[in-house]
Ligand binder design. Structure first.
Ligand code: AMP
Length: 190
């Protein structure tokens, strides 16, 4: 299975994607996790990424596309993968298509986790209190939601017109949301 998980910050993508990838036995590739790891290790990429992430802005397409291209070359991705937090712009979606086409692959499904904005802000503020992520302050949260609407919404339409989008109601207990996601993302084997 080659899957993508889309959704605004705070929709629960990370938690749900981890569980789904584990159940399906495919690697979970999160650009956000890779970038946070680079920041922690103080690599050149990490130094570039840190201030952009702290502002809630997106890194340049060529940079994240390069990271993803390297990750997708790994042997473990041959049987499939679940992308989380990528693609986030239409340019990234096009670049992903080009990367996959080069090896004769296509995406099986793109799952969109939908949660309304008020609920997202509440969740992100509560995550800020628990995890202390540098990009979970109120101002940055507002910025990240704006960036999502402006730059990532078009990606939803990009996949909708290609007939691979599955919309999932992301409000409910993690277990309820997971059941919906599982059914929507993998109807053949659910
Ligand atoms: P996330 O954990 O997916 O919410 O990502 C955290 C931050 O990493 C984002 O707010 C961006 O600054 C950066 N980031 C993650 N994925 C991407 C991407 N695909 N394109 C550009 N920036 C990204």
């Amino acid at each position: 299975m080659r899957l993508v998980m889309l959704g605004p910050p705070g929709a629960g993508k990370g938690t749900q994607a981890t569980r789904l990838a584990t159940e399906l036995g495919i690697p979970h590739l999160s650009t956000g996790d890779m970038l946070r790891d680079a920041v922690r290790r103080g690599t050149e990429l990490g130094r570039k990424a840190q201030s952009i992430m702290e502002k809630g802005e997106l890194l340049p397409d060529d940079l994240v596309v390069g990271i993803m291209a390297d990750a997708l070359k790994r042997d473990e991705c041959r049987r499939g993968f679940l992308l989380d937090g990528f693609p986030r712009t239409e340019g990234q979606a096009q670049a992903l298509d080009t990367l996959l086409q080069a090896s004769g692959q296509t995406l099986d499904r793109v799952a969109l986790l939908e949660v309304d904005e008020r609920e997202l802000v509440t969740r992100l503020l509560s995550r800020a209190a628990k995890e202390g992520r540098a990009d979970d302050t109120r101002d940055v949260i507002t910025r990240r939601l704006k960036v999502y609407e402006a730059q990532t919404r078009p990606v939803v339409d990009y996949y909708r017109v290609r007939g691979v989008l599955a919309e999932v109601d992301g409000v409910g207990t993690p277990e309820e949301v997971y059941r919906r996601l599982r059914q929507a993302a993998t109807p053949e084997i659910a």
